[in-house]
Design a binder for this molecule. Structure first.
Ligand code: NAD
Length: 351
């Protein structure tokens, strides 16, 4: 066995009520003027965080949007300059964390994150920016958050449908980490444990969204999934989701949820150890079928057509996917790719 593993410098504060520790986290980093970021829908939460920070809050910017459009990034960077911010606090899902990263990429300002979904971006040095219908991504240590505060209480109000799709978005990171070209035993152990905890927590949350133990398990699983994403190179699944989100504006987490079983069906036969690991974690002997049926049973969308993709869009997806090389446990021919996309378009695994 040979592998390389590089740990990312990362501080995590986890637990019910840990939002209250924000002022200490800012102080530890020597930050006195944080710009608080959120989406418009989470403005009240941003204001709560701003109040907790008191004098250490320089202002709020509550216009975060999915996939970080460059205009929004520019407006947020201008707000950071105008308020004299010495750091950002991103409170929300992957869209808000992504906006914090866009500011860090430009200015080097440190970011503190308080994640409220299971997307996992807070654990990665990966940034994304969308311009003219294309999403660009890159890796830069400067955007890696300095401190992450996970407070499961903040996820109790995450609607069940978003919880489910966001949870499967997290699972997708773990699945692709298990067969990544730079996989390692430590990442694989995290990935298996992450899938196990989300696999039991998501049905419990769907049954009772106020189940605080399940909320904590899901958030802990999401943290590990994010760490897997940050530590490895993602393959076909993430490549396709990136195109479907960036060019066709499909909703991020739901797209991951629908597509994952189809990519798993194609890739897992070429990645037997990953398959075994997922079988153990999900207590199933058919991982793609389990993923498709469970997500559908929990109310997630079943097909890409339900998300707005059409047969006419497939050519463009295939062209973009084949334009740049990507890692994958096995090579994929154009007819295979087309057939995978058509199956996901029609939801053949989740009748
Ligand atoms: P999101 O951040 O857009 O959140 C979805 C919606 O849910 C938003 O309106 C948000 O305000 C709301 N919301 C979030 N938490 C809530 C809560 N607890 N209660 C009620 N409402 C809540 O969606 P997302 O799926 O978290 O993130 C998607 C984005 O993150 C995409 O742009 C994706 O590319 C990016 N992402 C990046 C990485 C990376 O490593 N760079 C990793 C994962 C995702």
């Amino acid at each position: 066995m040979t592998f390389t593993y590089e740990a990312l410098p990362m501080r995590v504060v986890f637990g019910s009520g840990s939002l209250r520790q924000l002022p200490q986290e800012a102080q530890r980093l020597g930050l006195r003027r944080l710009l608080v970021l959120s989406t418009p829908g989470q403005r009240a939460l941003a204001e709560q965080a701003a109040a907790l920070l008191g004098d250490a809050c320089a202002g709020t910017f509550t216009e975060a949007r999915m996939h970080v459009p460059v205009e929004v990034a520019e407006a947020a960077r201008a707000a950071a300059r105008a308020t004299g911010a010495d750091g950002c606090l991103a409170i929300g899902g992957g869209s808000t964390v992504g906006l914090g990263k866009a500011i860090a990429l430009d200015s080097g300002l440190p970011v503190i994150c308080v994640p409220t979904t299971y997307a996992g971006s807070e654990m990665t040095p990966v940034w994304g920016l969308t311009e003219h219908g294309r999403k660009r991504t890159g890796r830069d240590r400067a955007v890696l958050p300095r401190s992450v505060v996970y407070d499961p209480d903040l996820t109790v109000g995450l609607p069940v449908d978003v919880s489910v799709t966001s949870g499967f978005n997290a699972v997708a990171h773990a699945v692709e980490a298990l067969y990544a070209p730079d996989a390692s035993p430590i990442v694989s152990a995290m990935a298996e444990e992450a899938v196990r905890s989300l696999g039991t927590a998501l049905p419990a949350i769907a049954a009772d969204p106020l189940d605080t133990d399940a909320r904590a398990d899901a958030l802990r699983g999401a943290w590990l999934c994010g760490a897997c994403l940050g530590a490895t190179t993602m393959s076909l699944h993430h490549k396709l989701c990136h195109i479907l989100g960036g060019t066709f504006d499909l909703p991020h987490a739901a797209t991951h949820t629908v597509l994952l079983p189809y990519v798993a069906a194609l890739n897992l036969p070429a990645a037997p150890e990953a398959d075994q690991s997922l079988r153990r974690a999900l207590a199933t002997d058919d991982v793609p079928d389990h993923l498709a049926r469970t997500s559908a049973a929990l109310g997630a969308p079943r097909s890409l057509s339900q998300l707005g993709l059409t047969e006419a869009d497939l050519d463009e997806v295939v062209t973009q996917a084949r334009a740049q090389p990507y890692a994958n446990p096995r090579p994929i021919t154009e007819p295979e790719l087309r057939s995978l996309l058509r199956d996901a378009l029609n939801g053949t695994l989740a009748p």
